[in-house]
Structures are given as C-alpha cells and as structure tokens.
Design a protein around this ligand. Structure first.
Ligand SMILES: Nc1ncnc2c1ncn2[C@@H]1O[C@H](COP(=O)(O)OP(=O)(O)OP(=O)(O)O)[C@@H](O)[C@H]1O
Length: 362
C-alpha cells in the first residue's frame, strides 16, 4: 500500500531564478491490491508524484510510506533497499539496447547479487509471465513497442515488488499494444496482488483498468476517489474528464443535457419528454458507457415541439424526482423555474462548466 501525507516537492527553476512547486501538499492513500490512476494536464505534477513514491525524488516536506514503512525516515542505504519493493515502468521503456530481453530482465537480479542459476530460472519465469518466453534472445531493436514494455514489466517485477509505478506506460503504444499491456498489468495485479499507481493522460486507460483515480492540477489533488463513487458525482471535474460533455450548438434549438448514472438512468427522462409530453426527442450527442462496472454518460437531447413552456416544467419535475437534467446552452446554464427558490438543493452540474473543464493535454 502507498501512503503520502501532505507531500510537497519544490524544485529550483530550470531556467532563471526562483522555484517550481511541482507537488503542493498531496495526501494520497492507495490500498494494497488497488489499481489507482493519476491524471491531470501536462505539468500538473503527475510524474513527480510517481517519483516521490519510490523516493527517486525526496520530498521537500511530508511523508511517504510503502507497505507501512516510512521511506522518508530512511537513510540512502535504507531507501535503496526499500526501493526493491517498488517497481517502475516508463513511457520509453528505458531498456539497455546492448542486452537481450533476458539480459534486461536479468540486470536487476545481477545488481541484487543473485546467483547465476537462480537468475536464469527467475528470468525464464518472468518472460513466461509476460508472454515473451520465445523472445528471450531478442534485442530491444528487434521488438515491437508493446513487447519492449512487456520486457520492462518483467524487469520491474524481477525483485518481487509489492508496488508497481507506471509512468505513461502506454502513451507510446498503438491501441492494440496498449490493450495488451493493460491486460498484462491487470493479470499481474491479480496474480501477484500488486498495488499499482498509474500515471496517464489517457482517460480510456483509467476507465479500462483503474479502481480509483485522482485529478491533479498545479501540483494539487483537486478531485478523486473510487471511480464508482466519482461517477455518482456528476459535477465532479474528474468525471467530466472521464466522460466529457458533448459540445452544445445553439443552432440546434432546444437542447437538454442529461447526466446518466446508475441512480439516474436516462429512460425516465425519455419517457416523460417523448412519451408523456409527446415531444420529438433525438440524441444530438454524447455517450453512455460502463466505467468500473457502472453506467455513466452525458447525453445531449434535441427536443422539438415545445410550444408552451412545457419542457421547462417537465425538466423541473424530473429534477425534483432525481433526474440529472437541465437546459444545455452555450456559455452557461439557463435557470429552471423555481431553481432559485431551493438554495438547500445540492449544486447541479453546470453543463458549460463541465465542457470547459481543463483538457488533458500532452
Ligand atoms: N527536476 C526538475 N527541476 C525543475 N522543475 C521540474 C523538475 N521536474 C519537474 N519540474 C517541474 O515541475 C512541474 C511538474 O512536472 P511533472 O513532470 O511532474 O508534471 P506532469 O504532470 O508529469 O507533466 P507531463 O504530463 O508533461 O509529464 C513542471 O512545472 C515541471 O517543469
């Protein structure tokens, strides 16, 4: 398990005077066996956060503990020892070009002083685990990107770590190789009971493998939690990143934004608007998908035939019944009748705010 408590990392600026606060008071707990994602825009501190977990970077302040051992209390020797329980893989694999696949996996075992016969046995076992038993003699240049990452995973697992850090591990891979590597990570997590912290800018990766995720911005964690819980909060910026709101085109006429959750399915909205009111309703955009075993989506409905304000009344009633619906207008939400009379109601998702949520970029 990983526990960061109020961790801060300040670097001297690379250019000129001053300093950069890369990680700014982050507390994070990842349970044993959990697959946790870290997302956020470029420069938000994701990679630094990963490097703080195995103390490749020492925090300026705060504590880092792995499996109950407080790494920040250890001296350099202690950290070197403890680092064996934390494997790491990177976007560009970091393999030794001069060595074969087997030689790369063997390298950390040599450094750890393991005997030759035992090393050979362990390397064969690891290459088998990652599905590359037949490529043990291939050099990195003879392997595809996906195969190189498999070798890197085997190498990271050589010292039997309990935690695996993945820093943009699939970002240099094509979709098929990404799927293969994610499958492998899922398998090794299940078979070895690993705790995985996965840094990525790819929301599809988070949705495919993570149990939980945090969203970073300017060195801070601004949102996060188990995905199943995050997705029950339609106003969550992380949920908006996972399933973005479709763009609103005012030329489309009456548009209704529906946030779909397990507790607020879209069927009730469609029944009222199309069935009860007899309005013409079609889907103008959006999607509904399964994330971490839960339905979640954002739909934009184009509604025609509202000649007497029946739509607003119906939306207010649907909202009172728990549906997550509102008028979708560019530049902000149009208040529904009565909305201002109910200050005690929890804030509703603001469609434009969700659409404007910071894009994850690289
Ligand atoms: N060694 C360093 N020296 C100075 N500044 C650094 C150093 N490492 C990171 N930074 C700065 O800290 C901030 C966070 O960087 P970091 O690489 O952790 O972000 P990131 O979210 O991983 O970004 P990206 O997705 O682009 O890799 C950035 O402003 C970066 O320039």
């Amino acid at each position: 398990m990983i526990e960061l408590s109020d961790v801060r990392k300040v670097f001297p600026a690379r250019r000129g005077a001053g300093e950069v606060v890369a990680v700014d008071g982050v507390s994070l707990s990842v349970a044993r066996g959990e697959f946790a994602g870290v997302v956020g825009p470029s420069g938000s501190g994701k990679s630094t956060l990963a490097r703080l977990v195995n103390l490749l970077e020492r925090p300026t302040s705060g504590t880092v503990a792995v499996d109950g051992q407080v790494l920040t209390d250890l001296d350099e020797d202690g950290v070197r020892q403890a680092r064996r329980s934390v494997g790491m893989i990177f976007q560009h694999f970091h393999l030794l070009d001069s060595r074969t696949a087997a030689g790369n996996v063997e390298h950390p075992l040599e450094l750890a002083g393991m005997g030759r016969a035992e090393r050979r046995r362990r390397v064969a076992e690891l290459l088998d685990l990652v599905g590359l038993a037949d490529r043990h003699g291939s050099r990195p240049a003879q392997l595809s990107g996906g195969q190189k990452q498999r070798v890197a995973i085997a190498r990271a697992l050589a010292a039997r770590p309990t935690v695996l850090l993945c820093d943009e591990a699939t970002s240099a891979l094509d979709p098929a190789s990404t799927a293969g590597v994610l499958d492998l990570l899922r398998t090794v997590r299940a078979e070895l009971g690993l705790t995985v912290l996965l840094i990525t800018h790819e929301m599809a990766v988070v949705k495919a493998v993570c149990d939980s995720a945090v969203l970073m911005s300017d060195g801070r964690v601004v949102d996060g939690g188990p995905l199943a819980e995050v997705l029950t909060r339609p106003d969550s910026p992380l949920a908006a990143q996972l399933v973005p709101a479709p763009p609103v085109d005012p030329a489309d006429g009456d548009l209704v934004a529906v946030t779909v959750t397990d507790a607020a399915p879209e069927g009730q909205v469609l029944r009222v608007l199309a069935g009860e009111l007899g309005l013409s309703v079609e889907v103008a955009g959006g999607s509904v998908e399964s994330v971490a075993g839960h339905r979640f989506g954002r739909l934009l409905l184009r509604v025609q035939g509202d000649d007497g304000g029946r739509l607003d009344t119906a939306l207010a009633r649907l909202r009172a019944d728990g549906a997550l619906v509102e008028r979708a207008v560019p530049g902000g939400r149009r208040p529904l009748p009565g909305a201002d009379d109910e200050p005690e109601q929890p804030a509703e998702p603001d469609v434009q705010q969700l659409a404007d949520a910071p894009e994850v970029q690289r």
